[in-house]
Design a protein around this ligand. Structure first.
Ligand code: AMP
Length: 229
């Protein structure tokens, strides 16, 4: 099963991706996470991407598409086992590039889940988000505070606020998102594989809806896995 999760930043797709990944035992691939890892390592991709990311702008299509293509074709990724793609595609051209790449690998997108949320909810969520600089675990100063202030519950390292979670950058990211990503919505709508999810709801409520909505896909995917064992 290949699931695309998309929607404005802060609509909850990252949280849902992790929940679905644990529940359905399917790997979670986030282009934002891969890019942040490149930036951390100071790789050539990271050096090129950093300036765009800090400003809340999209990294150029070619750079991110080549990066994902390389990632999906690595034997250790084992793309044929299925995956949840979070944060990609964000433009129509990325959606087309993804279809072409999947075709080459003998795969195709099972469903695209579109998470939407209102601007106020998004700003509250993102500006309160804190991330563990070591293991990437996510907290929220109001909704999900860590047990010890600014320390990760999982590994004990310090929590930070991502540069692009500052309020002025969030507003910029939302503008960029709506301009570039509406065509992605239309792209999957036309293919009849788009499902809309209300991202204003609390994460556990959203997850109940997501589970129900894509339950049949899971059963189909599980059957396919069993058949191919
Ligand atoms: P995210 O964690 O998904 O919000 O991504 C963080 C940042 O990484 C975005 O604001 C972009 O600068 C960059 N990024 C992630 N995925 C993509 C993509 N598919 N296309 C272009 N830029 C991306």
């Amino acid at each position: 099963m290949i699931l695309i999760l998309f929607g404005p930043p802060g609509a909850g797709k990252g949280t849902q991706a992790k929940l679905i990944s644990d529940y359905a035992k399917i790997q979670h691939i986030s282009t934002g996470d891969i890019l942040r890892q490149h930036v951390k390592e100071g790789s050539a991709i990271g050096l090129k991407a950093k300036a765009y990311m800090d400003k809340g702008e999209l990294v150029p299509d070619e750079l991110v598409t080549d990066m994902l293509s390389d990632y999906l074709q690595r034997p250790e990724t084992n793309a044929k086992k299925g995956f949840i793609l979070d944060g990609f595609p964000r433009t129509r051209s990325q959606a087309q590039a993804l279809d072409a790449l999947l075709k080459k690998l003998g795969l195709k997108v099972s469903a695209a889940l579109y998470f939407d949320a209102t601007k106020d909810v998004i700003i509250k969520r993102l500006s309160g988000r804190r991330v563990c600089k070591q293991c990437g675990c996510i907290f929220h100063i109001v909704n999900m505070p860590p047990q010890r202030e600014m320390l990760c519950d999982k590994c004990g390292s310090g929590l930070i606020q991502r540069d692009d979670d500052k309020e002025e950058t969030i507003i910029r990211r939302l503008e960029v998102y709506h301009k570039q990503s509406t065509p992605v919505l239309r792209y999957y709508e036309k293919q009849n594989i788009l499902r809309r999810v209300n991202g204003d709801l609390e994460a556990d409520e959203v997850f109940k809806i997501v589970k129900r909505d894509i339950g049949q896909l899971w059963q189909g995917a599980a059957k396919h896995d069993n058949d191919s064992c």
